[in-house]
Design a protein around this ligand. Structure first.
Ligand SMILES: [Zn+2]
Length: 496
């Protein structure tokens, strides 16, 4: 029956059902249960180390504040010693992005050479050279992604400061224990770094000096380290335990401390993954090869939904449920009101577009180079993309994976044109989730039951001497005599 249903119609239906909520299917890739093929070397551990690097490349490609999602694929031609990165976006891949990635890649190659010389003792002052280069890479990436980074800061930082005040009020200024000390140090380091970067955002004409960039770099790496300690403490539950303990003093219930820390350090953590990439002897071949980069052209698909009269939507629901129910009339009216336009131009999301591109021949050498089965993404996939990739993998050919899904449904959503049974497999899978939802809502009779058809990122933080310089609490000492609460009250005026 599902082959009578257009998968786009089902995706539209699911996006209506889960318009303001998640479908509960959120999942992350279990790297231990997959065999990643065509990686840098034929070794599972090395392949798993490559995953956060591809995610990092996707993430540093984001420059717009919103609605930008990037996917990255890797192909390696070890005979010719050539590598290709294929980049897809929800929209069009710009030349500026390709230039940016080429620049970063070139600097990572130089950094990798520095480390290689350092290992053989061929360089006199490698650490100094490497540090200068790392700060330059950090600055280039930070400036390219500045708008996105400022959006994260504006969204999360004040609330994190308010939460810290609640914590300090609860414990007393000098009684922080264990990971709470790391948390406080991270906030002070982040505050100092973001304060400097904020000047760039407030006045795009202004520039930071080399020394200021060095400071932002050191503080960001210090914050990365402290945040990693916080996130891993108590077997990875520290944030939730602390937020739960302090929830009565937070106006909106438990503060999402984990998400705040992850978002605020996301860009520097990805940059650190890239430094780890340049530092790794096992991954070095990738940076020795000649690199090619290509952007996937924009793709969209014209989709016709059932007409805006509720009758067509009602018929659609009856077909989906294989039976007529009274409630379908009300749902059909809602759907016809929501989708009042019949024709939609639906962009194909980046990860699906990338897989389609890799599966199509382009009359060049890369047609014969199988891509690495992991695709780096800047965002978790939506539910429709997750199901589409699962459907694609059912075809029995190449397998592709991303780091997971955020279990939200988006509309408009367009499916790549691939031919074969893919549309039908996709429709069956979405229908199955729809039927499961209606069944859980007790809206289907029993006899209709047969109806249903990305961080293990490389850490590459501060050496001991840099860490000394980066002790963020020196700000605390100098400006506030070590008084934590005085610092927080000064920098985070009450908004709760
Ligand atoms: Zn998607």
């Amino acid at each position: 029956m599902s082959n009578e249903l257009d998968p786009h119609h089902l995706v539209a239906l699911m996006s209506h059902i889960f318009a303001s909520t998640q479908d509960g299917s959120s999942r992350r890739l279990d790297t231990s249960s997959h065999n990643f093929k065509h990686g840098i070397v034929d070794n599972h551990t090395t392949n798993v180390r490559t995953l956060p690097i591809l995610d990092a490349i996707a993430n540093i490609s984001v420059s717009r504040e919103r609605s930008q999602s990037i996917a990255v694929a890797l192909q390696l031609d070890s005979q010719k010693k050539e590598i290709r990165l294929t980049i897809a976006e929800n929209q069009r891949v710009t030349k500026a992005l390709l230039d940016h990635l080429c620049n970063v890649w070139g600097n990572l190659q130089t950094l990798s050479n520095e480390y290689a010389e350092q290992r053989t003792g061929a360089s006199d002052q490698p650490m100094h050279m490497a540090l200068t280069l790392k700060i330059q890479i950090f600055r280039d990436i930070y400036l390219y992604s500045l708008k996105k980074q400022m959006k994260r800061i504006n969204k999360w930082f004040q609330n994190l400061g308010q939460f810290m005040k609640v914590l300090l009020n609860s414990r007393g200024s000098s009684n922080l224990q264990g990971f709470e000390v790391n948390l406080f140090d991270a906030v002070v380091a982040l505050f100092t770094a973001l304060n400097l970067v904020g000047k760039l955002h407030d006045n795009p004409q202004s520039q930071l000096t080399d020394e200021q960039w060095a400071q932002v770099y050191r503080l960001s790496m210090k914050a990365n380290e402290d945040v990693r300690v916080v996130l891993a403490d108590r077997d990875g539950t520290s944030c939730e335990v602390l937020a739960e303990e302090l929830k009565d003093d937070c106006p909106q219930g438990p503060f999402n401390l984990r998400r705040a820390l992850v978002k605020l350090t996301s860009l520097p953590q990805h940059i650190e993954s890239l430094f780890g990439f340049a530092h790794s002897p096992r991954l070095r071949p990738t940076l020795l090869y000649r690199m090619f980069i290509i952007g996937v052209p924009k793709r969209s698909r014209k989709v016709q939904l059932p007409s805006s009269s509720s009758r067509e939507w009602r018929l659609f629901l009856e077909t989906a449920c294989q039976q007529s129910y009274n409630w379908q009339e009300g749902d059909a009216i809602e759907l016809s009101e929501k989708f009042n336009s019949r024709t939609y131009m639906c962009a194909v999301h980046s990860e699906c577009k990338l897989i389609q591109y890799l599966e199509t021949t382009h009359e060049n050498q890369w047609d014969n180079v199988p891509p690495f089965s992991y695709i780096g993404v800047s965002k978790l996939s939506c539910s429709a993309c997750r199901i589409w990739i699962e459907s694609f993998n059912k075809l029995g050919g190449r397998q592709f994976y991303t780091r997971g899904s955020h279990d939200k449904w988006c509309w408009p959503w367009g499916m790549p044109r691939m031919g074969g049974p893919l549309d039908e497999i996709m429709a069956k899978k979405v229908l199955k989730e729809y039927i499961a939802y209606e069944r859980a809502s007790n809206r289907l009779r029993l006899h209709s039951e047969s109806t249903g058809a990305s961080s293990s990122g490389a850490q590459h933080g501060l050496s001991d001497d840099q860490r000394e310089e980066a002790v963020a609490t020196s700000v605390l000492q100098e400006e506030f005599g070590g008084d934590m609460m005085l610092f927080l009250n000064s920098k985070f005026p009450d908004v709760w």
